[in-house]
Design a protein around this ligand. Structure first.
Ligand code: T3D
Length: 262
């Protein structure tokens, strides 16, 4: 598939998927979704790729749904639920369960669904000038794309409510303080820091990462006993991986491990 709204770059074991409509602050339109699906298929099928970086071209990360492409005057005929079912919900489910580590490299504004797509990634890195905005209330909508699930877990119910009701811009420094962003970096070193973090994850034990992600995501619905069972099953699988052997050998030989991701 030829991409017009996104760009995909695969360098070594890192795939960088960029939303690429900078003149619309990388708003997601109807034509963006099939391209995203195709790109994620390609990344998942490429067993050499061991980290995904999701970012935006130009000065923004993503401004959410394209607000200019639909005939809003006829909004009685618009079924936004169908749009979520068809596009955003599968995207968020897929990112949250993606088999390799994912980094949202939030280079600038991340608004509406754009903010919550960032939250669906494993690690959020932000440029100091960037911000997240649950912009939905400003246009009479409710937070979607997983925002009402991720936010209370990340920042607590009251902060999540305030973010969604006031729909203010949340600066990167506040995102870091509240645990939404793992780290923020000055704009001039942001790209280099993203590459550094992606390289670390791409050289890590990919299978163990996948199992850890799954266990952490499952923890919210499990009691302690069920979670201990899940950890046992996950550790059984990780413990029979080649990376476990390599990790222990490297420890004993006092060298850095060379993980193959399996
Ligand atoms: O399918 C469904 O509809 C259901 C799913 C819904 C999920 C959603 O995401 S709904 C929420 C959609 N997003 C928003 O409400 C955010 C809209 N954008 C903004 O509020 C602001 O643009 C920002 C706060 C993100 C940035 O503000 P600022 O001042 O830095 O930039 P700007 O001047 O507003 O925008 C620059 C250009 O990008 C401008 O175009 P122009 O006038 O230069 O030709 C603006 O129209 C365009 N743009 C920004 N966001 C969108 C957009 N165009 C289309 N859709 C957008 N979402």
């Amino acid at each position: 598939m030829k991409y017009e709204h996104i760009k995909l770059d695969i360098s070594g074991s890192v795939a960088t998927l960029s939303l690429a409509r900078p003149e619309r602050l990388n708003a997601i339109g109807a034509a963006t979704h099939p391209e995203l699906r195709d790109a994620l298929d390609r990344i998942e099928a490429d067993k050499n790729v061991r980290c995904l970086v999701l970012t935006g071209e130009g000065r923004a990360f993503c401004s959410g749904q394209d607000l200019t492409e639909r005939n809003i005057a006829n909004s009685g005929k618009l079924d936004l639920g169908a749009s979520l079912d068809a596009n955003y919900n599968p995207l968020v489910r897929r990112l949250a369960a993606f088999p390799i580590p994912t980094i949202a490299a939030v280079n600038g504004p991340a608004a509406g669904a754009g903010a919550n797509i960032a939250l669906a990634c494993d690690i959020v890195l932000m440029a100091r000038s960037a911000y997240l905005q649950q912009a939905f209330a400003r246009i009479g909508l409710v937070p979607d794309a997983g925002g009402t699930w991720f936010l209370p877990r990340l920042v607590g119910l009251k902060r999540a409510l305030a973010m969604c009701l006031f729909a203010d811009r949340i600066p990167a420094e506040d995102c870091e303080r509240m645990g939404i962003a793992w780290k923020i970096f000055d704009d001039d070193i942001f790209a280099a820091e993203v590459s550094k973090h992606a390289a670390i994850l791409a050289a890590g034990p990919t299978l163990a990462y996948r199992l850890a992600k799954h266990a952490l995501m499952a923890s919210g619905a499990n009691d302690l006993s069920a979670q201990l069972d899940l950890e046992r099953d996950s550790q059984r699988e990780a413990g029979s991986s080649r990376d476990f052997i390599e990790g222990v050998m490297a420890f004993r030989e006092k060298r850095l491990p060379r993980f193959q991701g399996e």
